[in-house]
Design a protein around this ligand. Structure first.
Ligand SMILES: Nc1ncnc2c1ncn2[C@@H]1O[C@H](COP(=O)(O)OP(=O)(O)OP(=O)(O)O)[C@@H](O)[C@H]1O
Length: 252
């Protein structure tokens, strides 16, 4: 997806010539110690931050300010954040939170009112939430796991082609993590726009989660790509000492 990226936001370089790509229907996990540049890299990949140099390509088009590639990526991508309560407006019901991305694009996409309602219900069903119980609840009436599933429903309601999940489970209790994991797996398996499965980029410290959901892993250390490869190869036979230490630390 992009090549030779350098850091945004500060004068201190935080990424050094990192290349990464993710394909439709695939899950790429970005792992590395705290501060290694995972969030910075993935935000650049989604066009949310700008790199000082390098190139981002989305479906072959350059993602630059004001470009068609940037517009397409913005319209066709979404994010799931670590803190579900922080990403849901506490004054809004579940129905309003999940349907809002549809209302924002209703005219552009030509949705009728009942289509918005139908897609909202569909998104909630895809994350396994019982509509009758949840449509009219507020975030404060939800458990952490339920709130994260609502946030995921909101992220998938427009059938994005690229989803970034940045530590989607670290604020969720262990019991509810399985549900979130299953939700992410079903999103990857399900068909999105034009029958094409979405690409998922996940940032996670939890290598158990990574093993279950990711097809490939990119390991970052101090802004450098240490290694990249299929999930099982990287986790079971890491090439670098850094990755080996990361795996050992995760299993403590
Ligand atoms: N807004 C900012 N201003 C200054 N420095 C920043 C900013 N955001 C990130 N950094 C720095 O960039 C580096 C990479 O940060 P980043 O958040 O991408 O790492 P990370 O691997 O996602 O870390 P974590 O796992 O702790 O979330 C860090 O050294 C961080 O201090």
């Amino acid at each position: 997806m992009h090549r030779g990226l350098f850091a945004p936001r500060t004068r201190r370089q935080v990424l050094f010539d990192v290349s990464a790509e993710v394909r439709a229907g695939e899950c790429l996990a970005v792992i590395g110690a705290s501060g290694s540049g995972k969030t910075t890299l993935t935000r650049i990949m989604l066009g949310l931050d700008t790199a000082d140099s390098g190139e981002i390509l989305y479906r072959g088009s350059a993602v630059e300010r004001g470009s068609a590639g940037m517009r397409a990526l913005r319209a066709e991508s979404s994010i799931v954040f670590q803190d579900p309560y922080g990403s849901l407006d506490p004054r809004w019901t579940v129905e309003r939170s999940v349907s809002e991305p549809l209302w924002l694009r209703r005219k552009a996409l030509g949705y009728a009112f009942d289509e918005v309602a139908g897609k909202t219900v569909q998104a909630l069903a895809r994350v396994g939430l019982d509509l009758r119980m949840f449509l009219n609840r507020y975030p404060c009436d939800l458990s952490g796991g339920q709130a994260q599933r609502v946030a995921i429903a909101r992220a998938i309601v427009n059938e994005p082609k690229v989803i970034l999940a940045d530590e989607p489970m670290s604020a969720i209790d262990v019991a509810a993590r399985v549900q979130i994991l299953e939700t992410l797996q079903s999103i990857l398996a399900g068909e999105g726009v034009d029958g094409e499965r979405p690409a998922l980029i996940i940032v996670s410290h939890d290598l158990g989660v990574v093993r279950h959901v990711a097809d490939r892993i990119l390991v970052l250390n101090e802004g450098r790509a240490i290694e990249t490869g299929p999930t099982e190869r990287v986790l079971d036979a890491p090439e670098s000492d850094y990755t080996r230490r990361l795996i050992e630390a995760a299993s403590l």
